[in-house]
Design a binder for this molecule. Structure first.
Ligand code: TRP
Length: 368
């Protein structure tokens, strides 16, 4: 298994990541504590899609003492947004609503330019705009949400970034990211840019504000490196909530923007979405007779995973689908049909809001 910000390969063992990264599992005590403030538990928490954390109890202690936190997450523009990207963002929007939290959303438009061979800064600028529309479409509050674009907001970010960078050595970055002596120096510096928004609101307001970062667990490494630095600069370490990866369309592996055959994009047409789901890896048996007799395997069925992770928030409905598929009562074609309908309803609503987002874009971009 390989889990880095730029590559996820093999069967991901999430328990092992918790141990290796030194995070904590989200347990029922923590869920209860969250529920005390939110009144309900988001399905992504109930279903263990957000499964791990750092310092959540500290964050809630602060909150209970009256110290409000802000949210921070991001997206390095490198192509269109797919369903897997939406997981932490849909969840973050829920946290924003429940806690009235400000959201700082970073678009590091230099990251993939530095780390991939085939993207120009003009390409990432184009994707920045496209990706911003997807974030807005999820319903974040324009009054409480601030977009930071690295090359545009470098002027306000750079001071904090160099303060952070001064405490991180090349050997730490090399070991953490598997870089070598021939890695370009922009890639080596990049972690300082990703670490910056977690303290930027505190630096601007000249007071310490707790921060919560919902992210896919592949992004944890940047903050593992930066966590030791924040207190040296007089800031809190941010709390983090880690999510699992969304399965790709093919057997095994995660949904990946760089592999169009693995991904459903938010801009796919109903016909494209239908075709992709119909070709997706299924947990069904080879023949109908066998399937009826032995049942299917929803745990590896990709259309079922999309329902579980994003498209069917209703636990009762999801359980019925799970049970019917497992018992053989429901066939793979029927599972796919349910997924296609849910997906196309979701995409139609998202694409409508995405269009409307074009008018709102300017309100989200941070102004000094
Ligand atoms: N590196 C992330 C990506 O590749 C983008 C990002 C920037 C981010 N800041 C973040 C992700 C904070 C999670 C949390 O898309």
């Amino acid at each position: 298994m390989v889990v880095t910000p730029w590559e996820v390969k093999g069967d991901v063992d999430y328990d092992r990541l918790v141990k290796e990264f030194g995070t904590e599992k989200i347990d029922s005590a923590l869920l209860k504590r969250i529920e005390k403030h939110t009144g309900e538990i988001h399905f992504m928490l109930r279903r263990n899609i957000f499964f791990s954390h750092r310092d959540m109890n500290w964050l809630l202690n602060e909150y209970e003492k009256g110290s409000k936190f802000f949210l921070y997450t991001g997206r390095a523009p490198s192509g269109p947004v797919h369903l897997g990207h939406l997981i932490p963002w849909v969840f973050a929007k829920w946290i924003q609503d429940k806690f009235g939290a400000e959201m700082w959303f970073q678009f590091p438009d230099e990251e993939k330019f530095l780390l991939k061979d085939n993207l120009s800064l003009e390409d990432t600028a184009k994707y920045t705009r496209e990706n911003m529309l997807d974030v807005i479409a999820l319903g974040f509050d324009p009054k409480k949400t601030h977009f930071l674009i690295d090359t545009k907001h470098a002027g306000i970010m750079y001071k904090e970034a160099v303060r952070i960078a001064k405490h991180i050595t090349f050997s730490t970055i090399k070991a953490s990211f598997g870089f070598t002596d021939s890695t370009n120096i922009g890639a080596i510096f990049y972690t300082a840019m990703q670490a910056t928004p977690a303290i930027l609101p505190s630096a601007m307001k000249k007071k310490n504000i707790p921060c919560l970062i919902p992210l896919g667990i592949d992004q944890d490494v940047h903050f593992r490196v930066a966590r030791d630095v924040y207190p040296k600069l007089g800031y809190y370490k941010p709390a983090i909530l880690h999510s699992k990866f969304m399965a790709g369309l093919k057997e095994g592996g995660k949904m990946s923007a760089s592999d169009p055959m693995s991904a459903i994009y938010t801009t796919d047409t109903p016909a494209e979405a239908k075709k992709k789901i119909n070709n997706a890896f299924s947990g069904g048996r080879d023949t109908v007779e066998e399937h009826r007799k032995l049942g299917g395997n929803p745990d590896i069925d990709v259309p079922f995973q999309y329902l579980r992770m994003l498209l069917e928030p209703d636990d009762k409905k999801l359980k019925k689908i799970y049970d019917d598929y497992k018992s053989g009562k429901m066939l793979s074609g029927e599972m796919k049909q349910i997924c296609i309908e849910k997906l196309n309803t979701f995409l139609a609503a998202h694409q409508k809001k995405r269009e409307e987002a074009k008018k709102l874009l300017d309100r989200f971009i941070f102004k000094e």
